[in-house]
Design a protein around this ligand. Structure first.
Ligand code: CA
Ligand code: CA
Length: 188
């Protein structure tokens, strides 16, 4: 089975002891998502043709707690069973030493998306100052365009919508009683 680099990174993150992966598809090797021990000399990517992709990356230091998966040095708890309000979800994250996820790179978003339903809660909010969107874990401003844009017509503030929902690679603001799956993020 051909796996994308993102799928392969997920397989590695969920495999105890995996510290790197190689996604390669050539007639000679037929390697697909080879999990491996990480070596400094292997890091990097070489795309030879559309069908030949060779990549090693350290994705799993083994330092994340049980129930968390690791991606590029951060730990993620991905809730795919239970829905909660934003505050309930945040309380759950904090109880595990984490906070609701800050989406700060396309790679991070691409890593999370295949593991979740189309819609889920992030740490984005404008609770403190209306229309000043920040990530709750860091207080940093949410980039208005990246890594995902607002959905057309959003943020629309129907009622009091103060939390950012990820929905099908776009952003929507939702209210405090809205129930969704969610992602927590922490440093190892
Ligand atoms: Ca993040
Ligand atoms: Ca909205």
């Amino acid at each position: 089975m051909v796996r994308s680099m993102t799928e392969c990174s997920v397989v590695c993150a969920r495999t105890p002891g995996c510290t790197g992966y190689n996604t390669e598809n050539t007639a000679a090797t037929h390697k697909q998502c080879e999990l491996s021990a990480y070596a400094d000399t292997d890091v990097g990517a070489a795309i030879v043709t559309d069908n030949n992709y060779d990549f090693y990356m350290k994705v799993n230091s083994g330092l994340c707690p049980a129930d968390f998966v690791e991606f590029r040095g951060n730990c993620y708890y991905i809730e795919t069973l239970n829905t909660k309000t934003w505050q309930e979800a945040r309380d759950h994250c904090i109880s595990m030493g984490a906070d609701l996820v800050s989406l700060e790179s396309p790679g991070e978003t691409d890593f999370l998306v295949p593991q979740l339903p189309p819609s889920w809660l992030t740490g984005g909010n404008d609770v403190a100052v209306d229309t000043q969107w920040v990530w709750v874990a860091t207080g940093r401003q949410v980039d208005m365009c990246a890594p995902i844009p607002w959905a057309p017509g959003e943020p629309n503030n129907i009622g009091l919508e103060i939390y950012i929902e990820f929905t099908s690679y776009q952003r929507n603001n939702v209210g405090k009683f809205y129930l969704l799956k969610y992602v927590c993020e922490k440093s190892p």
